[in-house]
Write a protein that binds this ligand. Structure first.
Ligand code: NAD
Length: 490
């Protein structure tokens, strides 16, 4: 990193300096080249093509990754079908559960290595991959392992059974966690899997494939095919896939829904979001400001449920804005492997371009842009935490998902007004409400069209709790008991 020390300025004119506290990457074992994981073996791609995965904080290459085409996907689906017929669907739930518990335990043992790789490949601060992504991924495996032999109790008198081969396609913002959300319930319910991680962040899925091999799962139960959108499309269009589980953009979700219309395939779509974070006058304001920061700036705003629209009740607008700007000044943007870092690197050059385009659009639309004055490294992809003040409902920065550390701020006077504004978007994934009044929270949660509404907190996840969207944020739920249903016929 270019700047060695980060300065933190506080309101009362004190200045602190944080010495760098980098997490070591010495223990990380990465191959130079990754093949496809098909039928329990590492297989070269039939096209012979590979692509680079880079560290977005340094722009250095981390590894070459195999690019799977239709032929490779066909091999993977055949392996998954064979494993389904021969082993996995015949195995008792208790036995399946043991394998999934084993994956969970091994993931915990290797958590440090997975966390460092996640930060190197994706750009997210080590604090998040270490404290959120990897532990939550492991807890999803633990949670669903527990259900594997209890499906009859989960769905009494409905004779639940697996669907067959599940095709799973994941995005780059929570690479391993999204894989865990998909793999754990699919395996627990007796399905076999062909998984395609996002092209910019395939490494932890490939490391998980190594771990699955070590855990001795029967060959073909989990197959990992890496590549771009065309690889994902080959899974979606394969006639012998029974279920598609997709997390990603609404645009691709629509393509997938069209592609499988009229086929036997079942589908769950976890798509984009444009969440409202709503601060009432009676809210605990310091906590609310932390919630706003956590909601949009951590993980660089690369969060489907990011609180990217802020609504502040008029009476506390000035106070909230002052506190928010002060807090933004203390955020450290930089080396994802530094334990002090709050905001890491933007995941890719393409995503940075998209965000920069929205920064121009927001200014052109007439909103006032405010950015934290923090230094950013010269190399790599970075965006300073950004506010757009005086935004209005019709602005594109208010209606469209930016997927970066950019917050559009509006005010409101009444409950009815803010509900109307909050619901006025094509999305409906999540929202946050900050108030002292429980009754207001219940009123808001019942009227807001959002799959998750957090009250006096933000971005809290738990494997026992279902997650999913309304409207163009998709359908189907992942997590909890609900997360088993899309993988079962009953
Ligand atoms: P994306 O849609 O571009 O890509 C997602 C995945 O789909 C990648 O693996 C990609 O290679 C693959 N893909 C691309 N084109 C495809 C096609 N035609 N057919 C099949 N697969 C294809 O999304 P992204 O940029 O990787 O991720 C960001 C998006 O994901 C955001 O919109 C975000 O809101 C959303 N997201 C939603 C949730 C949720 O739970 N609702 C969670 C995380 C991310």
């Amino acid at each position: 990193m270019s700047e060695k020390k980060k300065k933190i300025h506080l309101d009362f004119n004190t200045e602190w300096e944080y010495a760098p506290a980098p997490e070591s990457a010495d223990h990380v074992q990465l191959k130079k080249q990754y093949e496809l994981f098909i039928n329990g073996k590492w297989v070269k791609p039939s096209s012979g093509k590979y692509f680079d995965t880079i560290n977005p904080a340094t722009e250095e290459k981390l590894a070459s990754i195999a690019e799977a085409n239709e032929k490779d996907v066909d091999l993977a689906v055949k392996a998954a079908r064979n494993a389904y017929d021969k082993y996995w669907s015949k195995m008792s739930g208790a036995e399946r559960g043991k394998y999934i518990f084993r994956i969970a335990r091994m993931l915990q043992e290797k958590a440090r290595e997975f966390a460092v790789i996640e930060s190197m490949d994706g750009g997210k601060p080590i604090r998040e991959s270490r404290d959120i992504d990897i532990p939550l991924a492991a807890s999803h495996f633990f949670y669903y392992a527990g259900w594997a032999d209890k499906l009859e109790y989960a769905f009494p008198n409905r004779n639940p059974g697996p669907l067959g081969v599940a095709g799973q396609i994941t995005p780059w913002n929570f690479p391993l966690l999204m894989v865990a959300w998909k793999l754990a319930p699919a395996l627990a319910t007796g399905n076999t899997v062909v998984l395609k991680p996002a092209e910019t962040t395939s490494l932890t899925a490939l490391k998980l494939a190594e771990l699955i091999q070590e855990a001795d799962l029967p060959p073909g139960v989990v197959n990992v095919v890496t590549g771009y959108g065309a690889t994902g499309a080959a899974i979606v269009n394969h006639p012998d896939v029974d279920k598609i589980a997709f997390t990603g953009s609404t645009a691709v979700g629509k393509i997938i829904q069209r592609a499988i219309a009229g086929t036997h395939k079942k589908v769950t779509l976890e798509l984009g979001g444009k969440a409202a974070n709503i601060i009432f006058e009676d809210a605990p304001l310091d906590q609310a400001v932390e919630g706003i920061i956590n909601g949009i700036f951590f993980n660089q705003g690369h969060v489907c449920c990011a609180g990217s629209r802020l609504f502040v009740q008029e009476g506390v607008y000035d106070t909230v804005l002052r506190k928010l700007k002060d807090r933004m000044e203390t955020l450290i943007v930089g080396d994802p492997l530094d334990k002090n870092t709050d905001v890491g690197a933007i995941n890719s050059q393409d995503q940075l371009r998209t965000i920069q385009e929205y920064l121009k659009i927001g200014q052109k639309e007439g909103a006032e842009m405010y950015q934290s004055s923090c230094p950013v490294p010269k190399k790599g992809f970075w965006c300073r935490p950004t506010l757009f003040l005086h935004a209005s409902q019709s602005h594109r920065i208010v209606q469209e998902e930016i997927f970066g550390p950019v917050l559009a701020v509006q005010t409101f006077r009444t409950v009815a007004e803010v509900i109307e504004k909050a619901n006025n978007t094509p999305y409906g994934l999540s929202a946050g409400v900050w108030t002292d009044k429980g009754s207001k929270i219940f009123n808001m949660t019942t009227q807001m069209r959002a799959g998750v509404v957090w009250a006096n907190t933000y971005n809290k996840f738990d494997p026992t709790s279902p997650f999913g969207g309304y409207k163009e944020s998709g359908f189907g739920r992942e997590g909890g008991l609900h997360g088993l249903q899309p993988y079962l016929k009953m």
